[in-house]
Design a protein. Sequence first.
Length: 398
Amino acid sequence: MYAYTLIAYPAPTAIPARLSPAFARVHAMSSMPPERPAPPPAPAQRRTTLPAFAGIGVILLLAALAFAWVGGWLSPQRLTPQRMINAIEANGPPAPGYRRAHTKGICVFGRFDSNGSGAALSKARIFAPGSTPLLGRMSIGGGAPHGADNDARVRSMALQLVADNGQEWRMAMNSFPFFVVSSAEAFYEQTVASRPDPATGKPDPAKQAAFAAAHPESVKFANWAKTAPWPTSFANTDYNGVNAFRFVDAKGGSRYVRWSMRPQAPFAAMTPGQRKAASADFLSQDLQARLAQGPLRWDMVVTVAHDGDSILDPSQPWPEDRAQTVVGTVVIERAEAQATGPCRDLNFDPLVLPPGVEGSDDPILAARSAAYSVSFNRREGEIGSGRAPDAEGKGARP
């Protein structure tokens, strides 16, 4: 919000009244009554400050109403970023200092090697031939900071790339090929329906069934979660940007795109027995072991939409025959614990974009950005006030 200051300039000085000529005239005739002197000039009146104070009051009132609207106080049932994060927090025990979603993760460092092909699609400096340093984070889904890797169906990759001219691009991708629902409101309803029942410690099946009936697009995601193979590593997992963005080239041409990071490491699926026997931290352990042998690579593949492809609904995948371009390679060279690593205090807001890349009107994209901000502010406040020793690596694990 911008603060406006009203400046009250002083009123101009009043012009005195002209003196009466009677004070310069001799009374020659006694029969004539003497002329009264002209009244003294009226004192200049100060301009009242009441309008200025009233204007300031109006601005303060409007600012307060704006904050109340954003916070949802004027309409408690309206979905706000704060209400979304509150719902996520209510699904598990408090984890001060941690992200509210995709809580468990590890920082990674490396570079993006552009092959120059992306320059035909976007004027972003990152697509010029050459390398751009990156800071990233690999994580699993869920809100438990020490959750078991072998129970996490979703894996994620988040990246921050800063070009040599200062252009910055942040992106957050997941292992699922499409989003679970088509709107932020539906995602909120799913979060509430997934809340563990205090009596059983598990979600209520009746509430989940009711949610699925109300949002049939979520059934497709549930089928993916049940049937898709589990990769054995962060390194051989695909990471997909399911939201649409608009690429703008140097000539002003534009197109809508989605992108994926496709691993160069060969795919291998976990068997049920391997999953059961795997340690709770097997993904980060495997990542460190692989990096000890050399860098890990993912090709960045950009898919261009056709007319009629859904731009606003991330739950709808695009047909597989759409044109795809490999624009470069993500190279991960080392990893570090997030408790002491620089990715801990970085918000991978997907709407931090360089010139040449623009967000679409996908409502999920805007909701993600806003919710990430609320989560970031809360966890940074907890760390700054000394209430998050575990997140800083200073406390014993629960």
